[in-house]
Design a protein around this ligand. Structure first.
Ligand SMILES: NC(=O)c1ccc[n+]([C@@H]2O[C@H](COP(=O)([O-])OP(=O)(O)OC[C@H]3O[C@@H](n4cnc5c(N)ncnc54)[C@H](OP(=O)(O)O)[C@@H]3O)[C@@H](O)[C@H]2O)c1
Length: 238
């Protein structure tokens, strides 16, 4: 394992269930963490709990390219290197086709796919200069295996996987590593707005999902974990 001590890590979606737990683990391992999310109050609360400097806290709407570019420019002005990008943003709209509106579809693609595109496009040039870096996205298992009601969500996540796999081909002569994390159900606020009967007690704990990300962040540069699959024990889809 390679320590994250002193590594510059950007966690987007730091206010979420998985994001916040990831930030806590990384900070406690000595990483220098920048955090983003839309909700400034939640960001400040997390920053206070983890003793993250206010200079490292940025309100960012990943669905808005101007917002993403502004934040990344600000971070790169402070630190020209981002060693690790963890994209833990995302929304889930799970509805059957008869109630899935085109707005639902658009919003999901805009956040989960266009947002990831804006973020990676903004961070990648600085990694290319360094010829190294690690980008972790969380397509989730619905980026690999379909589920009824997940047309919009899976479209965004399969798209994310395809986009990152294609980018991987572009950067293969560098030491920039790309990891796609396929998580099964994780007990987090993600499910709060989803009208589906789920058994949260059988899901992966957000802290355990965060440990997987923390583990990925510590992989030695001599290898790359292209993908990792972590599912609840009794709910294995693949
Ligand atoms: N929970 C699961 O079962 C599960 C399973 C597989 C994959 N995943 C994926 O894992 C990632 C994290 O999920 P989670 O469970 O931690 O969900 P969560 O608790 O709902 O957190 C989602 C995060 O995304 C942020 N976000 C949403 N829309 C945003 C926007 N337009 N701009 C900036 N930030 C935005 C939220 O921040 P604000 O609301 O503060 O802006 C929050 O920090 C997502 O990509 C999700 O698809 C989750």
């Amino acid at each position: 394992m390679q320590s994250v001590k002193g590594k510059i890590v950007l966690v987007a979606g730091a206010t979420g269930g998985i994001g916040a737990q990831t930030v806590k683990l990384l900070v406690s391992s000595g990483a220098i963490v920048y955090i983003t999310g839309r909700n400034l109050a939640k960001l400040n609360q997390l920053a206070e709990a983890c003793r993250i400097s206010s200079d490292h806290v940025f309100q960012m709407d990943i669905a808005d390219e101007v917002s993403v570019n502004r934040v990344i420019d600000n971070i790169l002005a402070q630190s020209p290197v981002i060693d690790i990008l963890v994209n833990a943003t995302g929304i889930g709209i799970i509805k059957p086709m008869e109630s899935l509106s085109s707005d639902d579809f658009q919003k999901t693609i805009q956040t989960n796919l266009m947002g990831a595109f804006y973020l990676v496009k903004a961070v990648l040039p600085s990694m290319k200069i360094q010829k190294k870096g690690l980008i972790i996205n969380i397509p989730g298992i619905l980026g690999k295996v379909p589920m009824a009601g997940a047309a919009a969500y899976s479209a965004s996540k399969y798209g994310l996987v395809g986009m990152m796999q294609s980018i991987r081909e572009e950067i293969k002569r560098t030491e920039i590593r790309i990891t796609n994390l396929f998580l099964g159900g994780v007990d987090s606020p993600f499910w709060d707005t989803i009208d589906l009967r789920v058994q949260k007690e059988k899901m992966i704990q957000a802290e355990e999902a965060a440990k997987a990300i923390w583990f990925l962040c510590q992989q030695p540069v001599s290898g790359v974990v292209s993908e990792m699959v972590l599912q609840p024990f009794n709910h294995q889809a693949i």
